[in-house]
Design a binder for this molecule. Structure first.
Ligand code: WTA
Length: 637
């Protein structure tokens, strides 16, 4: 018997030990007892981190949507699967039962097939947080098409790069999307992006805002009439456990985003198992994750994990500040939410506002609170604990990545005692290691180092789409026989982990993973710019904000600097999206470089954070004199 639901700390340790002693047996028991397979696997695990190659449940056959939908029909057909709360509180919420979800996914899947999509084809989904987004994801999975969801805040250029990288044949979008008081013309962005993409044959368009859009003849189709004509029954494509399920792009330390590829079997088992335990989900609970499905958190913990457990998952179209800062808490009260999962940046933004926005609502339904995406600072943790959880709800600070597919280190509510800012203990099956700069593992407690994982887990990404060598060099070449996370961490006296932040060129801004390289590439395209370097600096709401050091082409460039800063941000908005805009832009005569020409970001980070007291030895730099000039011009407020 597998122990699928961990209830106390003793049980956790017992299960953890078992999972490490015999991971194959541990995961195969879970996979066998809690999921529906068309055919059992031949081998639980094959792996070689040198190649690297990882296969879980190879030879097993399944369809993830059968596990997320069909198998609940008999016992939970009328239960709400997706509870959708629109942007405006004046528009009624929508409840989609498992039965209805089955029909709607079936119809959508049949439309995809009729429009020429088959197993293995890539479909780009660029939608706002409306039910069609979850349904489109599931419809792709139903027929074995590989979905690539692109967050609907990305620009047309960023969208086009992602469409081309994975050769998507189709784009699913909407006329527009509502976000707070604004609408965003998504179809127009798609049209713009597609001028740079040759491979897209069809664009399906959901009507949401009702705004005017241009429909490209022969390419663009309104979705609704196609759905009206389609059959609701759609037999699922039988997939191999190791067949791709989806691609999701994440930033890296070069300009090109990395298309992390996840597979059907292992991802299903991992996202479902972690959902059940981290949220302690019980049958009648209403669970809400405020992320967007455009990020991994939404994939694993709005769609797949909850549905695989037959849960009711709330999906919110809007933003926490509209129509006012009480919107989240209003929704918690209205739908009697039991588990609430959000980002530290949202907590910090809400904590700045009047407490009355929280106090006005009855939050007594809450049992578990979660955070994800970045380290949570102590102040925000306490605010969340005191005002939202009323000191009664355990807070699970969940550390994981797009690459890991699911939560890796986090307290199990009601089992693991929590300490603010600590992600605490690894989930069963997860074997973390801290490494020193020489590549040796640091054993014992009260130590810190680079965080690696030394054994495969089912949810890990199997490759970077189209670039396995980059997958190898990014994650498996830094430390022998280890997966390197890119994060630093410390382990305290009792073995709890605390994540200390990225140790590479990725900056987490408002919980979003931003590579510095693509932003620099965007800035450098401005005709007046010669070179630039981006670093993060501490920000009270965003966690980190971006500081840009920019060298102009002509020394003494006479143009208005304020306008130039605006143009640079405009450039970034066009290339990547508004999430990557700089808070501060400083024009500098040079950038500190090593003799081999590498920018010394460590120095820039210190200066940007307002602490230039200990810059270390700068005499070995190629151009130590620029450091003084940069320090003098630093933007303080
Ligand atoms: C950071 C999000 C501290 C970390 C699921 C990681 C965190 C990156 C936490 C992945 C946390 C995520 N505490 N840092 N609880 N959760 N991070 O791919 O740097 O968008 O490597 O996945 O976010 O971000 P991604």
């Amino acid at each position: 018997m597998s122990n699928y639901h961990i209830k106390n700390l003793e049980e956790y340790y017992q299960i953890y030990r078992k999972s490490v002693r015999d991971p194959e047996n541990f995961w195969s028991e879970i996979a066998e007892e809690h999921f529906t397979w068309r055919k059992k696997w031949d081998r639980v695990l094959e792996w070689d981190f040198k190649k690297p190659e990882v296969k879980w449940f190879a030879g097993g056959k399944l369809n993830i949507t059968e596990n997320c939908i069909d198998r609940h029909l008999l016992t939970k057909g009328d239960k709400t699967a997706i509870l959708w709360e629109p942007n405006s509180p004046d528009e009624p919420a929508v409840k989609i039962s498992y039965k209805e979800l089955h029909e709607r996914v079936g119809r959508f899947a049949n439309v995809l097939r009729e429009q020429g999509i088959a197993k293995g084809d890539r479909v780009c989904i660029y939608l706002p947080m409306i039910p069609e987004l979850a349904i489109a994801v599931l419809a792709c999975a139903r027929i074995g098409a590989i979905h690539s969801v692109v967050f609907a805040g990305f620009s047309s250029t960023a969208l086009a790069t992602r469409i081309n990288d994975s050769d998507c044949k189709m784009v699913i979008t909407a006329d527009g999307g509502f976000r707070g008081a604004k609408t965003i013309g998504l179809k127009a962005i798609v049209d713009e992006g597609l001028t740079q993409c040759d491979g897209v044959e069809k664009v399906l368009v959901v009507k949401r805002t009702g705004e005017d859009v241009h429909m490209h003849k022969g390419r663009d189709l309104w979705l609704q009439p196609l759905l009206d004509e389609a059959y609701s029954r759609c037999d699922p494509e039988v997939m191999d456990a190791e067949d791709p399920l989806f691609i999701l792009y994440t930033s890296g330390s070069t300009g090109k985003p990395k298309g992390m590829m996840h597979t059907c079997g292992g991802y299903m088992v991992y996202s479902a198992y972690t959902f059940k335990n981290i949220f302690q989900y019980k049958d009648d609970d209403v669970y809400w994750c405020t992320a967007d499905i455009g990020w991994i958190t939404g994939h694993s913990y709005i769609v797949y994990g909850p549905l695989a457990n037959g849960a009711t998952t709330l999906m919110f179209e809007g933003v926490p500040s509209h129509p006012d800062y009480g919107r989240f808490w209003e929704i918690v009260e209205k739908h009697k939410v039991n588990q609430f999962y959000t980002a530290p940046t949202a907590i910090r933004a809400l904590a700045k506002e009047k407490l009355d926005y929280v106090d006005r609502y009855d939050l007594s339904s809450l049992k578990v609170l979660g955070t994800v995406g970045e380290p949570i600072n102590e102040e925000a943790w306490h605010w969340y604990n005191d005002n939202v959880g009323n000191n009664k709800c355990p807070i699970t600070d969940t550390w994981w990545q797009t690459e890991t597919g699911g939560i890796m280190i986090a307290p199990i509510p009601y089992a693991t005692p929590t300490i603010p800012t600590y992600a605490t203990l690894p989930l069963p099956g997860v074997q973390p290691a801290l490494m020193d700069e020489k590549g040796e593992e640091i054993n014992g407690n009260l130590v810190s180092g680079r965080l690696c994982i030394k054994f495969p887990w089912p949810g890990m990404a199997r490759t970077i789409w189209g670039d396995h060598e980059r997958y190898r060099t990014t994650y498996f070449s830094g430390f022998e026989n280890m997966y390197f996370t890119g994060d630093g961490a410390l382990r305290d006296a009792v073995g709890y982990y605390r994540i200390t932040g990225r140790v590479d060129d990725v900056v987490i801004v408002s919980g979003h993973n931003l590579g510095t390289a693509p932003i620099e590439d965007a800035i450098n395209e401005h005709p007046a710019v010669a070179e630039s370097a981006i670093v993060g600096f501490p920000h009270p709401v965003k966690g980190n904000a971006l500081y840009g050091f920019v060298i102009l082409k002509e020394v003494g460039e006479s143009r208005d600097r304020t306008n130039l800063s605006k143009e640079i941000n405009q450039q970034i908005t066009e290339h990547i999206g508004p999430i990557a805009k700089l808070d501060k832009v400083q024009f500098v005569p040079g950038l500190p470089k090593t003799r081999s020409g590498k920018i010394m970001r460590r120095i820039l980070r210190k200066i940007a954070s307002g602490d230039d007291s200990s810059l270390g030895d700068i005499s070995t730099l190629l151009n130590p004199e620029v450091v003084e000039a940069i320090k003098e011009g630093v933007i303080k407020t």
